[in-house]
Write a protein that binds this ligand. Sequence first.
Ligand code: PNW
Length: 459
Amino acid sequence: MNSPAPEPITFPEDFVWGAATAAYQIEGATHEDGRGPSIWDTFCRTPGKVYAGETGDVACDHYHRYRDDVALMADLGLRAYRFSVAWPRIQPDGSGPVDPRGLDFYDRLVDELHRRGIKPIITLYHWDLPQALEDQGGWTARDTAERFADYATVVHQRLGDRIGTWTTLNEPWCSAYLGYGSGVHAPGRQDPAAAFTAVHHLLLGHGLAARALQAAGATTVGITLNTAAVAPGDPDSDADQAAVRLVDGLHNRIFLDPLLRGRYPADMLEHIARFTDLAYLHSGDEEIIAAPIDLLGINYYQPTYVAARPGDPGCDGAYPGTEGIEFLPPTGPLTAMGWMIEPAHLTMLLDRVARDYPGVPLMITENGAAFADTIAPDGQVPDADRIAYLDGHLRAAHEAIRRGVDLRGYLVWSLLDNFEWAEGYRKRFGIVHVDYPSQRRTPKDSAHWYREVIRRNGL
Ligand code: PNW
């Protein structure tokens, strides 16, 4: 029996359609134009940390090919492009002297985007902390938050007249917990106290930068979180619901509450106190972090299921203090990352964020999937699994809008296959295939499909 054709859906007028990337994942040219080393340059050279010892040294060579890449975006009909600025290109040592050549690159990129009618959405920090700052403690040092605000001001001075939407941090959860807790991301530290200290200084850096950007006249300022859709293994189990509350606290509320309610949740402060004395939390900090924002970016890939299991070691590192909680293994069809495919959880997540933290417009700043894509003999890249993933998640986003969520746009992760952090180049998230040896770009079937979605403003 054939399943009935899904209903056509249309998105709101002005809905922003685009794609996202990040500097270290695509630019390459890590030794050019005065760029200083970042924590990812160092991490990639630490044996055993990145698949096959790969690095972002060349990546997609976007630093030299940005003009062609913007032409490709225009061919695909993208209305918006989210990219990140590499802090070590702007301030090679993370503070002090500015290298104008780094700013020149983003200046050219932004002009090219405007020339093609594509709206730039800037991310100031997508994980490439200048190594010089890490040497002074990185995000465990309060000073890094202040330096981040200085850097934000420098970038705004140069690009502020041509960029409407500014986001400060990408996924501080990853920076703090994967960088300083589990150590699977740069700088690779494994210390729960450091992870919580980093959470706070990232939030503080966001608040200081947001204030500085707003004072300088930026109209739309926000932050992007990889909010998790945490669900219980057994919805009828009180113990599983308690596990959800803790994991949701560590992943979501620890960021959302200070940002949008002006204070850390009491249960989280109690939890953190198991690991640190909280001396890093100064009076007045929460007020800075709660600087009003105009946009909240949501990155969503997969759901998180947890259950209470006395005796389970929990997920230490990435979720400090979760002994007795099992993170349930994914089920059903998986992406090449081994991630579960569950679009309904995107609707639930958007709905929940909009309900619990009302008043701030949302944008999906990342959603997408890695699959084992290859170029077929006819030169096409068939990726029906990615099309199905994107179709399902767009329907889920539309359902959230139908329920009243103020969702302003959708940016697919990613424009290009790129350096997938600890996974190296073997995981391909792009809607455009990249053949690394030749740097040839080939739009996958999903890219052609996405162009039609944008053209029709719907499915
Ligand atoms: C996000 N996790 O990263 C990032 O913003 C992108 O740079 C990245 O390429 C994309 O998602 C795909 O991974 C994440 O382990 C990396 O939970 C790891 C996790 C989550 C997000």
